[in-house]
Design a protein around this ligand. Sequence first.
Ligand code: ADP
Length: 508
Amino acid sequence: VSNREPYVHSYSTQSQSDSSATSAPSGDDPEISVERSTGGLTTALDPVLQRLGGTWVAWGSGDADAAVADDGTVGVPPDEPAYDLERVFLEESTVEDYYYGYSNSTLWPLCHGDLGRIRSEPSHWPAYVRANERFADAVLESVGSGLGPGTEAPSQDPIVWIQDYHFALLGDRLRGRLPDSAVVAQFWHVPWPSPDDLRVSPNATALLEGLLATDLLGFHLEEYRRNFLESVDRLLPSASVDREAGTVRYVADDGQQPPSLTRVYAQPIGIDASGVRDEAMSPAVSPESVRADYNLAPSDDLLLGVERLDYAKGIRKRLRAFEHLLETRPEWRGAVTHLMVSTPSREGIPEYEIYSQQVRERVAAVNDRFGTDDWTPVRHVAEPVDWERLLALYRAADALVVSSRRDGLNLVAMEYVAANASESGAVVGSEFAGVNDLFEGSIEINPYDVCGTATEIDRALQLDPDDQHDRLRSMWHAVQRNDVGEWVRRLDRELAAHPSLAVTTCEP
Ligand code: ADP
């Protein structure tokens, strides 16, 4: 279960370059185009579901009734269906309040330690509750628990794997409604806040209780897991936390629910490491032509940033650091270009619009100050780039900069390392991005430290080839060790280790 769907079905008259168009069954029906979603989570999980089969329940973001089978699902991928997609269609006001509202205007800044950016409206929380309930109904229908009209008995012990911060209450809303043999696991892809930050939320207890209704709860890092256990300990007095075993036993004060036992673990998600490396080295991926597209001379150094345009990514401070580099080390003027593929995201949330505007102004200010007729210091690519072009950019870049003020993990850094596994490159990485805990070879920065960041960018661009090679090799090993297969196998091992579960059915 995830908020974002892996494939979006829409009515269209013409297909787009990165979508596959399939004809609707009747000749009079409009053509349906199916577009694969981009984004870390869907890219990571689609191949897993393709191997395992099952049903992916997600918010239907395309045309409501495009490509619906009799049971309400649709087989994906369209060319060779390997699993079912069950879409939950929400009214616009619910999307506004649950997705842009509670999920991204309260939980996102709360989990990223940016309390000043929390914007809460009275309609947000009720919509979040409602959306979680709607998803619970959809899960029950897909599982076929026999409890709803028209559902069938499940053919095997169902495993429900809930993804991310949009569904903190889903486990609770499924409780007691699934067969006893069912397992409910959840993975929280953003950081978990400290107990002091969490207390800011008037819904802190409900969030914790919701997550403790799951059997298994995963985080990327030990730090987030520790924060969660600490939050439970401080804010839910009737919970017993066993830190050594990583379990929480909880009995709600109202005595309405049976006691729950949740095992909490840490395992970072990863990428398909060797797949990305091989794709990046394919003949279709051309670093030379991508450099030419952006008018970069072969001798120019290229500093790359790739991200959604989000305040958590620390783009403004990074631009200030790049400006400081040009101020203090004039030898870089005309010799380095900072290319930012920073695509607007969550447009419609005022904080994002303001931030986007501030980033554009800062790009213009740096270019006005230092640009010349034949050199633009900062190139801002605001449109999303397709995967092949992204891989070419990774290979073309002399260094990648990840400047997140806070970041659950950061898959971009892993992709960059995989794309350059057999070549050269450097990662300037924020100490506040989860991936930095896995990498020993990155050049670490405190993204709040403008002067320090400028110094480290300077260093990264001048690493000697042996140093680059050693650092890349070390980071590449980390990417391989923590690839997406390992993330799924960990779920399997956790299912086997859970004190009250004895199933191992997930091994891909
Ligand atoms: P987040 O989940 O916060 O967006 P991640 O770095 O973990 O950040 O994952 C982002 C994913 O989206 C990566 O797989 C990356 O390739 C892709 N991506 C990020 N920014 C862009 C962009 N501007 N254009 C195309 N793909 C992008």
